[in-house]
Ligand binder design. Structure first.
Ligand SMILES: Cc1cc2nc3c(=O)[nH]c(=O)nc-3n(C[C@H](O)[C@H](O)[C@H](O)COP(=O)(O)O)c2cc1C
Length: 218
């Protein structure tokens, strides 16, 4: 049985057990427990349903929607609350298509793919995440920020794809320097990855995970 189905069953059992031991529990507490269990189930289903999306509908994502994703992102746990990140959102087709033209010249084979529209897996919005390397936990913190964004997006019916290669291209390829500059990153920050965001035009199946990599230690 899939791990997440077991977790959902466990939540159900926890709910029954709470109900059994609730002779003195008020109706309000019982209702609140049920809400907690339901919320838990929804959160777990959301986590398990998220997949990297690489095809998007043509229409844009509203900035209010993206703003909410960013709020979720910056509320991620981070070492000593240093918030060692700089986050930039680009939804301007001129930027996206402009840097894609540079990418196409350097990667003609990838650009020849009939499904290729832009170098961000065809997404209309891209969230760039840069870290402050002077903070020792900055890469971890930036990763947690990104997962918050991607899970919030999933909950709102949006698709996402974390992209290391697109960020590396903009960070390292001299021909793309103008686009790195446009991101207006603070001194010393390094572009770590970006997140493609858009309304999904595909529903990829889950890729297999290796459960043997995790274990309890007695
Ligand atoms: C740090 C990082 C970098 C990634 N870079 C790319 C990338 O450059 N291109 C891409 O298509 N997917 C990229 N991905 C997405 C992974 O391929 C994907 O998360 C993985 O295959 C698992 O699939 P899932 O997200 O659908 O569960 C990246 C993911 C992470 C976490």
């Amino acid at each position: 049985m899939k791990l997440y189905k077991l977790m959902i069953m466990a939540l159900g059992i926890a709910s029954v057990m709470t109900g059994c031991g609730s002779a003195t529990t008020s109706q309000g507490e019982a209702a609140s427990t049920a809400t907690t269990v339901d919320t838990g189930r929804v959160v777990i289903e959301n986590i398990m349903a998220r997949r990297s999306v690489r095809q998007y509908k043509d229409y844009p994502v509203g900035r209010d929607t993206v703003q909410l994703l960013l709020e979720c992102g910056i509320n991620a746990p981070n070492g000593m609350n240093k918030q060692p990140w700089a986050v930039r959102v680009v939804d301007n087709p001129e930027y996206i298509n402009g840097v894609t033209e540079v990418f196409k010249k350097i990667n003609p084979k990838m650009a020849a793919d009939p499904g290729f529209k832009n170098m961000f897996r065809n997404a209309p919005t891209v969230i760039f995440v840069a870290n402050d390397p002077t903070s020792s936990s900055s890469q971890i913190d930036c990763g947690l920020l990104g997962e918050n964004i991607m899970l919030a997006a999933q909950a709102m019916g949006l698709g996402t794809c974390c992209l290391g290669s697109s960020a590396a291209f903009i960070q390292n390829v001299p021909e793309a320097a103008e686009y790195l500059e446009k991101l207006d990153l603070p001194e010393g920050h390094k572009l770590l990855y970006c997140i493609a965001v858009g309304y999904p035009d595909e529903a990829p199946a889950a890729k297999e995970r290796d459960a043997s990599k995790v274990k309890f230690i007695d």
